[in-house]
Design a protein around this ligand. Structure first.
Ligand code: 2AM
Length: 180
């Protein structure tokens, strides 16, 4: 079995802009710059033959490149029990369309439809017992964060390796977006 997800990798120079958001939150585990990504679909554990089907389905996608802009920062979880600190993504019809295409392709591979609404974000840090007051200050300090436009010209299939030290993300395949 392999634990997979489909994402847009975050390229330079946006990585550097996101790295500049590090710090100021006690208990935060910040993402490594080369792991930064925008998840389009978390797949979860699948057997190897299904991973091959998924790879073929993603190869078959025909989508034109586009650009996206990061906008603001926020939290998943309540202010008292915040779990994830993220950078938001400006509303983007091409991104929504791409996510829907990926979803359709994966359901055709036999995966169950994703029950969650797509809330595009780039995880910056995972949080544990972060003081609410410090988080509040962080959000107001960085509320005006914006970065981009970032060209999106490929999707990536990642494999997630879980360990006691957190997850490590391995790039399994890249799928270029082409207008042709
Ligand atoms: P994220 O996009 O908020 O960072 C690999 O675990 C990636 O898939 C992570 O980037 C993670 O969150 C995303 N993901 C989405 N749903 C998930 C789930 N139910 N379990 C684990 N990861 C999930």
């Amino acid at each position: 079995m392999m634990r997979l997800f489909v994402a847009i990798p975050i390229a330079e120079p946006i990585r550097q802009r996101l790295a500049a958001l590090h710090g100021g939150v006690p208990g935060a585990r910040w993402m490594e710059a080369d792991s930064l990504h925008l998840t389009l679909r978390f797949i979860g554990e699948v057997p190897e033959d299904q991973a091959i089907d998924i790879d073929e389905a993603l190869l078959g996608l025909r989508t034109a490149p586009f650009a996206l802009t990061l906008d603001g920062v926020g939290l998943f979880g309540s202010a008292r029990r915040a779990r994830i600190l993220w950078a938001g993504v400006e509303r983007n019809d091409a991104l929504t369309h791409l996510q829907a295409k990926v979803e359709t392709a994966l359901v055709r591979c036999g995966l169950p439809a994703d029950a969650h609404a797509f809330t595009p974000h780039v995880t910056l840090a995972r949080l544990r017992d972060a003081p609410a007051e410090r988080l509040g200050r962080y959000l107001s300090d960085h509320g005006l964060f914006r970065a981009g436009p970032m060209p999106v010209n490929r999707l990536t299939l990642y494999r997630s390796h879980l360990s006691d030290h957190g997850s490590r993300y391995e790039v399994l395949a890249d799928y270029p977006l082409t207008s042709a």
